[in-house]
Write a protein of this length. Structure first.
Length: 137
C-alpha cells in the first residue's frame, strides 16, 4: 500500500510537471528472492500507473541495510548509507550520523521538524565535535 501511494503521488506530480524522483527503500529484507518479489510488485504497479496516467515514473528502488556496512564505500563509492525508524529522528543520532558521514536518516512524519532542526544544528556545530565519536553525556 505504501509503495502504491508513493508511485501514485509520483505519477500525479509528473502529470503536474513536478520533478518528483522518490527513493523506495524496502526495510528488513533477508534474501534476494524476497527483494525480487517486492521489485516485481513495484514494476507491475509502475507499468499500470504509467499506462493509466500517461507519464514515465522515475524513482530509485533498493533495500535498507539494518546493520552497519563495513567497507561498503570502498567497494562502491556511490553506496548510500543511512538509518531508518524512530532512532533516525533523534537529535543526538542525527548529529552522530552527520559526524560519521551517513547520507540520510529517515523517521516518522511527526519527528521530521525536530529532525530537520537537528540536522541544521549538526552542521552548524560540526567544529564542536571534530574527533569525537559520541558526545559526552
Amino acid at each position: 500500500m505504501q509503495i502504491q501511494a508513493i508511485l501514485e503521488a509520483t505519477a500525479h506530480c509528473s502529470k503536474e510537471g513536478v520533478n518528483a524522483q522518490p527513493e523506495i527503500m524496502v526495510p528488513q529484507v533477508i534474501t534476494t528472492q524476497e527483494l525480487a518479489h517486492v521489485k516485481r510488485t513495484v514494476d507491475e504497479l509502475k507499468q499500470k500507473l504509467e499506462q493509466e496516467v500517461g507519464v514515465e515514473l522515475k524513482f530509485k528502488f533498493g533495500t535498507m541495510i539494518e546493520m552497519a556496512v563495513r567497507n561498503g564505500r570502498k567497494a562502491r563509492e556511490d553506496l548510500k548509507i543511512g538509518i531508518c525508524g524512530e532512532q533516525g529522528g533523534h537529535p543526538e543520532t542525527i548529529r552522530f550520523c552527520h559526524h560519521v558521514g551517513l547520507d540520510y536518516v529517515s523517521c516518522s512524519g511527526p519527528r521530521v521538524p525536530i529532525a530537520r532542526l537537528a540536522a541544521a544544528v549538526a552542521i552548524l556545530r560540526e567544529k564542536d565535535y571534530v574527533g569525537v565519536i559520541w558526545p559526552a553525556a
